[in-house]
Design a protein around this ligand. Structure first.
Ligand code: NAD
Ligand code: 9W4
Length: 539
């Protein structure tokens, strides 16, 4: 047995076994002892062993070679490395000061416990900030299970802290395969008694999609026999096929029990409206994305901070005095512009929309085309949500060692395909997420995060304060789902709650909001305690 009193030894075994996880699987399934057998045996006897138990049994379909990782509802967690829990916990402690909205929710609703007895499943990036969200839902009474919504986005120390606390079941690690990802999602959707959640916190719509497709498959089992071009969809269908073998109404029952979902992002919200339009929304949904206190923080204030964070961590470049070209002047572009200008850059903007272009000019930026900007920029940032914004012709014209990155959602803004497929373009990896590409021009550029989101690839995304705003909206949405009878429609959070979220964050910043007198309220024709603006007001 590994001596419990010696954490260093325990940690050593822990790390070794985690790094041998692949071979552990093989050896256990063959019941054979390998070279590493002794080491593994020690570990199996230690108190921290939870990883491999029951995880990787395969359900072999007699008609196909597909493998489906089987579900174990009794499993408490699967994370990369439980020994990271103390680090995760320390970061969560620090986040308390920066997430005043969540702390206020704990205080305000902790006594009444509006989520008492309700099962909440989360499919949302398993980060430190999300760990803070989980630990806000818990004292409100929720029984929580969690998975990440992206195979790369888990912070393993955050997942470990949640696993170690032992209240919420968590299935998430950085670098999941797609098969593992969907296993994690189903694990989080399956309570130990086999039942599903009462409510879902979704980011991108994957948890909702699993339930939705589950119902579809139960209505039309032939769907699981088909072969799908989309690899990920094929994996989901194989999972649902396996589920269908044990029950032909599991997901229909799960959906019937769900009071609703609160959705975090544009993509997920889009999917929900689509389902609603087709008359197929299986339960009520709350669009958290479009709360002002979510979207402004995510797009404008969040990117204003995390863009510079990403560029600096990747390159250590001095921004002052440089020519920074920002493509797109929506909320994200506006934040990026402020950030770069704040550091002393000369900022140029490209835009297609005359209104946004005029806004940029009114802010004192130069508005130019990429054709003109390509030759003079030192740093290029795409923030359009569009495709082919920086093309091969622009890349070839750039100054030597120009920095090129994207902060928009999709990696289609920069023509990285040109770099990867053109003879004469060569890549030198400087460090993770930083590549020096030498082009046909003979000059080089520095491409960050392979053209994917630079603030997430090269840094840790938005600061906790930003996420506190988003996640406070999530908590209020969950309370709304728990306490109100809603129809199968997509709702936005009432503006009153948006105002409440803002109010909950003001105290931490030492701000004092002026209270209207009755006379002033009458004059403006609004109540003293809000709403302060009409629905159509653009903040
Ligand atoms: P937005 O629609 O408000 O702004 C995009 C702007 O780009 C618009 O003004 C549009 O006119 C302009 N545009 C479109 N095509 C263009 C082109 N070819 N050339 C120049 N300008 C063009 O959107 P937003 O809220 O600013 O978000 C922009 C992108 O950033 C989206 O993909 C969004 O999902 C993403 N986003 C990323 C993060 C992050 O953390 N990285 C956070 C929020 C949003
Ligand atoms: N993160 C992420 C991190 C690394 C990463 C393939 C290898 C989004 C929102 C929040 O997506 C997120 N590495 C990738 S993709 C990828 C994605 N790859 C791609 O090649 C590298 C993500 C929300 N958020 C914050 O912004 C701060 N706290 C939060 O919870 C988190 C992560």
């Amino acid at each position: 047995m590994i001596p419990a009193a010696n954490p260093a030894v325990k940690d050593f075994f822990h790390r070794r076994v985690v790094s041998f996880m692949g071979s552990v699987r093989v050896d256990l399934s063959k019941r054979k002892c390998c070279k590493k057998g002794k080491l593994i045996l020690y570990y199996l006897l230690s108190e921290d062993f939870h990883f491999e138990r029951n995880i990787v049994e395969t359900l072999k379909d007699s008609n196909s070679k597909s493998k489906v990782l089987s579900i174990d509802p009794s499993l408490a967690y699967k994370v990369a490395d439980l020994s990271l829990a103390a680090w995760g916990r320390k970061e969560m402690k620090l986040a308390e000061n920066e997430m005043p909205g969540l702390m206020a929710v704990r205080q305000k609703y902790g006594k009444d416990k509006p989520l008492q007895g309700l099962k909440v499943m989360g499919s949302l990036h398993m980060t430190i900030q999300t760990a803070m969200l989980i630990e806000t839902l818990e004292p409100l009474g929720a029984d929580v299970r969690w998975a990440s919504c992206n195979i790369f986005s888990t912070q393993d120390h955050a997942a470990a802290a949640i696993a170690k606390a032992g209240r919420t079941a968590v299935f998430a690690w950085k670098g999941e395969t797609l098969e593992e990802y969907w296993w994690c999602t189903e694990q989080a959707l399956t309570w130990p008694d086999g039942s599903g959640p009462d409510m879902i916190v979704d980011d991108g719509g994957d948890a909702t999609m699993m339930v939705f497709q589950g119902i579809k498959v139960e209505k039309d089992p032939s769907l699981v026999e088909k072969k799908y071009d989309n690899k990920e969809f094929q994996i989901i269908m194989e999972r649902l096929g396996a589920s269908l073998k044990t029950s032909n109404d599991r997901w229909t029952k799960v959906a019937a029990n769900i009071r609703g979902v609160s959705e975090e992002t544009t993509t997920g919200v889009h999917r929900l409206y689509q389902m609603a339009q087709d008359g197929e929304l299986p339960f009520p949904a709350i669009n958290v994305n479009d709360s002002v206190t979510k979207s402004k923080f995510d797009n404008l204030y969040g990117c204003r901070e995390s863009l510079a964070d990403g560029i600096k961590r990747a390159t250590d470049v001095m921004v002052a005095g440089k020519v920074v070209v920002i493509c797109g002047y929506g909320d994200v572009g506006k934040g990026c512009g402020q950030s770069m200008r704040g550091l002393g850059a000369r900022v140029l903007i490209t835009e297609i929309d005359p209104i946004c272009a005029l806004q940029a000019v009114m802010e004192g930026y130069e508005v130019v085309t990429m054709e003109d900007a390509a030759k003079i920029g030192d740093i290029f940032i795409t923030a359009t949500g569009c495709c082919d914004v920086i093309g091969r012709e622009h890349l070839e014209q750039m100054k030597n060692e120009a920095i090129v990155c994207n902060i928009g959602h999709f990696d289609s803004e920069i023509d990285t395909n040109y770099l990867e497929t053109t003879e004469g373009c060569t890549r030198e990896n400087i460090k993770p997420q930083v590549d020096k590409w030498t082009l046909k021009s003979g000059r080089s550029i520095l491409l960050l995060a392979e053209g994917r989101l630079v603030n997430l690839g090269c840094a840790t995304g938005h600061p906790s304060f930003v996420m506190s705003n988003s996640f406070t909206n999530q908590c209020l949405a969950q309370i709304m789902l728990a306490t109100e009878q809603l129809e199968n429609k997509v709702y936005t959070l009432p503006k009153k709650l948006d105002e409440e979220v803002a109010r909950l964050h003001l105290g931490r910043l030492g701000a004092k909001v002026t209270k209207l007198t009755q006379q002033q309220a009458d004059y403006l024709g609004i109540p003293i305690d809000g709403l302060y603006k009409p629905e159509y007001y653009r903040y």
